[in-house]
Design a protein around this ligand. Structure first.
Ligand code: NAD
Ligand code: IPM
Ligand code: MN
Length: 353
C-alpha cells in the first residue's frame, strides 16, 4: 500500500464545488483499490483568505506545499480582489516556483460529448497541448512608468530563455515520439521578431534529434483557424504560455466545453510537487448554485493518477465520463442535463463501482 499526500486548494467560486467531486472520485479509487491511499489536506487559500489576511497564502505557503506528492486545485480569482494579484500570488506563483514548466492539456472529444463543429468526426479532435508554463509572456517582467501623467508608459516583456524553450520543446518531441503522433509548433515569428524567431529556431534545432517525428510549424492565427476548420491535422502541439492559454480555451469549446477541459502542471524532474486543475476559472456567474460541471476536475484527478503511475485507473475514469456522456446520465446543465455538481460526481463513482 502507498499513501500519497495530496494538498487541496479549492480556491474561489465554483473551485470548492468541483474539487470536492474530484476528491470523491479519488476516495472511491482507494476504496476499490486499497493499495492506493490518499492523505488529503485542504488549504483555505484564495480571495476570501486574501480579504481576511491581506495575502493569498501564508508566507510559508510554498514551504508547506513542498511536502506533498501533488496538489489538486479548483480555481482562483473572484470579483473583489484584482485578478493580477490573486492569480499571480497563488496559481502562477505555484506554477513558477515549483518549476511546473509543462502544462499538459488534452483536447480530446470524448464519445457522446457535444461538438459545435459541423462535419467533424469524434476521432478528428484528439490533440495534446504542451503549453510552456514557466516564462514567456507570463514572466511578469516589465514596468509602469510615470503613472497618471501624459508620459505614462507600460512595458510587459516576454522572457524566452534557451533553457526554457529547449526543455518544453524537447518534452513535446519525447511525447510525440512515445505516442507516435505528429508535433506542431505554434508561434508567431512574422511579428514577434525576437521571441518567436528564437522559438522557431530552437524548434528547428531540436527537431534534428527526432527524425522519426513528423513536424509542422504554424503561425498562431492560422493555427486557431485550423483548429476549427481542420482539427484532425493536430496531434501533439507545443506552444508558448499565452498562446497555449488562449488556444486551449478554443480547444475546450470544440471538445465539449469548459466543463470538460483538464490541465496538468508538471515538474517532470519531480523535484517539486506537480499540480492538477481544471482549466476553467471560478465562474462567478454560476458559483454557489451547485450546477458547475465537475468533470474537468475529475479528468484532472485522472491525470493525477496517470502521473502517480496508475494509468489503468486514469483510463477507467475517462471511460466512466464517456459512459455518462453517451447515456446522458448525471450531466450538469452546461452539457444539457439537470444533475447537480454532486449528483454528477456521484454518478461517476457509481459507474466506477
Ligand atoms: P471561467 O472559466 O470562470 O468562466 C467562463 C464561462 O464558462 C462562464 O460562463 C462559466 O459559467 C463557464 N464555466 C466555467 N467552468 C464551468 C464549469 N465547470 N461548469 C459549467 N460552466 C462553466 O472564466 P472567466 O469568467 O473569464 O473568469 C472568472 C474568474 O476565474 C476570473 O477571476 C479569472 O481570472 C479566473 N480564472 C481562473 C482560472 C484558474 O484558476 N485556473 C482559470 C481561468 C480564469
Ligand atoms: C488558465 C488560466 C490562467 C492562465 C489565469 C487564471 C492566470 O486562464 O489556467 O488557463 O492564464 O494560465
Ligand atoms: Mn486560461
Amino acid at each position: 500500500m502507498t499513501t500519497y499526500k495530496i494538498a487541496l486548494i479549492p480556491g474561489d467560486g465554483i473551485g470548492p464545488e468541483v474539487i470536492h467531486e474530484a476528491v470523491r472520485v479519488l476516495k472511491t479509487v482507494s476504496e476499490l483499490d486499497p493499495k492506493i491511499q490518499f492523505d488529503f489536506t485542504e488549504y483555505p487559500w484564495g480571495c476570501e483568505y486574501y480579504l481576511k489576511n491581506g495575502e493569498m497564502m501564508p508566507e510559508n505557503g510554498m514551504e508547506i506545499l513542498s511536502d506533498y506528492d501533488a496538489i489538486l486545485l479548483g480555481a482562483v480569482g473572484y470579483p473583489g480582489v484584482p485578478d493580477h494579484i490573486s492569480l499571480r500570488d497563488l496559481l502562477l506563483r505555484i506554477r513558477h516556483d515549483f518549476d511546473q514548466y509543462v502544462n499538459l492539456r488534452p483536447v480530446k472529444l470524448l464519445k457522446g460529448a457535444p461538438c459545435p463543429l459541423k462535419d467533424v468526426k469524434r476521432e478528428d479532435i484528439d490533440m495534446i497541448f504542451i503549453r510552456e508554463n514557466s516564462e514567456g509572456e507570463y514572466a511578469g517582467s516589465g514596468a509602469w512608468l510615470y503613472p497618471n501623467s501624459e508620459q505614462e508608459v507600460v512595458i510587459q516583456n516576454g522572457v524566452f530563455s534557451r533553457k526554457g524553450c529547449e526543455r518544453i520543446i524537447r518534452y513535446a518531441f519525447d511525447l510525440a515520439r512515445k505516442e507516435k503522433r505528429s508535433l506542431t509548433s505554434v508561434s508567431k515569428g512574422n511579428a514577434l521578431n525576437y521571441s518567436m524567431v528564437f522559438w522557431d529556431q530552437i524548434f528547428n534545432e531540436v527537431k534534428k534529434e527526432y527524425p522519426d517525428v513528423d513536424t509542422y510549424s504554424l503561425l498562431v492565427d492560422a493555427a486557431s483557424m485550423f483548429m476549427v476548420k481542420d482539427p484532425k491535422r493536430f496531434g501533439v502541439v507545443v506552444t508558448s504560455n499565452l498562446f497555449g492559454d488562449i488556444l486551449t480555451d478554443l480547444g475546450a469549446a470544440i471538445a465539449g466545453g469548459m466543463g470538460l477541459a483538464a490541465s496538468a502542471n508538471i515538474n517532470p524532474e519531480r523535484e517539486y510537487p506537480s499540480m492538477f486543475e481544471p482549466i476553467h476559472g471560478s465562474a462567478p456567474d454560476i458559483a454557489g448554485k451547485g450546477i458547475a460541471n465537475p468533470l474537468a476536475s475529475i479528468w484532472a484527478a485522472s491525470q493525477l493518477l496517470d502521473f502517480l503511475g496508475y494509468k489503468e485507473w486514469g483510463k477507467r475514469i475517462i471511460d466512466g465520463i464517456e459512459i455518462m456522456l453517451e447515456q446522458k446520465k448525471g450531466l450538469t446543465p452546461d452539457l444539457g442535463g439537470t444533475a447537480s455538481t454532486s449528483e454528477c460526481g456521484k454518478t461517476l463513482t457509481d459507474y466506477l463501482k
